[in-house]
Design a protein around this ligand. Structure first.
Ligand code: PMP
Length: 305
């Protein structure tokens, strides 16, 4: 059975996990009207640090702005809440889940409801399974497309978006794959169910642009920055599906998935069928931030305190 942490931050206070309940008629439950973040806290030689906490919370506010969800706290207040809940649960390595959602207060689609805000934190290992960071996963292209940009905005991380993610992820698992990759409504590559996508082709690192209906991933941005700092050529461009098969290397990235190599797509091996040197270099640069091997040049490690 699922084990739960002891405490959660809910509407301004730390409280016992089991007390943070909402009404079944809460707006978000019916209509997907929530915005949320996934953040990780890592152990570092200088103590626990929350990775790009401020950037994640800024994205939360941008997502909320799209849907006119009023968050009755500041970025600084939510940053304090994030720190508080990790510490209340006695964690030093954690996944954090801030969420703001339309609560109870109206049943119409455009009802002006109060906003409930919670921050959960728990211990989470590798999202796509043990050993996958090392061995890589087998992925498939999904039969489900991502939503078009003029339907649901992929750049706003809203609860409702994850109906698409569930279709993609559940289909992939049902067919025996580790994760699904979706095409955008343009027919070009978009992203994984909950991860951005990178490939290595002709010595450069390629990733899909915002126009591919993907989230502006913070891990994606971190990888682009670290790779460019290390002299790797990074190209953001439209990528047709066949580049999944042309690629020498392929990986997925996200806060939960971290940097997960892909060793096959649709049953075809990626390169020699095992994670390649650029993927390993990017993993080393990224995880090096937390071991101290990679200098934190951009101030991304925000001390738990
Ligand atoms: N795409 C989707 C659909 C996601 O849910 C996530 C995870 N938040 C990502 C990409 C990766 O984003 P990030 O690196 O900011 O976690």
């Amino acid at each position: 059975a699922q084990e739960y942490p002891q405490h959660i931050w809910h509407n301004g206070h730390i409280m016992p996990w089991q007390d943070a309940t909402v009404h079944v008629m809460a707006h978000a439950l019916h209509y997907g009207s929530s915005v949320f973040e996934g953040i990780r806290c890592y152990e570092t030689p200088n103590g626990p640090a929350i990775f790009r906490l401020t950037d994640h919370l800024k994205r939360l506010f941008l997502s909320a702005k799209v849907y006119d969800i009023v968050i009755p706290y500041s970025v600084d207040e939510l940053a304090a809440a994030c720190r508080e809940v990790v510490k209340a649960n006695g964690l030093s390595k954690a996944y954090l889940r801030p969420i703001a959602f339309r609560g109870l207060g109206g049943f119409g689609l455009s009802a002006e409801t109060p906003t409930d805000v919670s921050v959960a934190s728990w211990n989470m290992g590798a999202y796509l399974g043990a050993d996958v960071l090392e061995a890589g996963i087998d992925a498939c292209v999904s039969s489900w497309q991502r939503f078009a940009p003029n339907t649901i905005p992929a750049g706003a991380k809203a609860g409702g978006n994850y109906l698409s993610g569930q279709l993609i992820a559940r289909e992939a698992r049902r067919l025996g794959f580790g994760e699904g990759i979706a095409l955008a409504s343009t027919g070009l590559l978009s992203e994984g169910a909950g991860e951005n996508l990178f490939l290595v082709f002709e010595g450069a690192l390629h990733t899909t642009p915002a126009s591919a209906a993907c989230l502006h991933g913070i891990t994606r941005n971190s990888i682009i920055t670290l790779a460019r700092d290390a002299g790797i050529n990074v190209i953001e461009r439209d990528i047709p599906r066949e580049y999944l098969y042309f690629a020498d290397e392929l990986f997925m990235c996200g806060t939960a998935a971290e940097i997960t190599p892909i060793r096959s797509v649709d049953g075809k091996p990626v390169g020699p069928g095992k994670p390649g040197p650029v993927t390993r270099q990017v993993q080393d640069l990224f995880f090096g931030l937390f071991s101290g091997k990679t200098a934190d040049k951009h101030g991304w490690l925000e001390a738990l305190g």
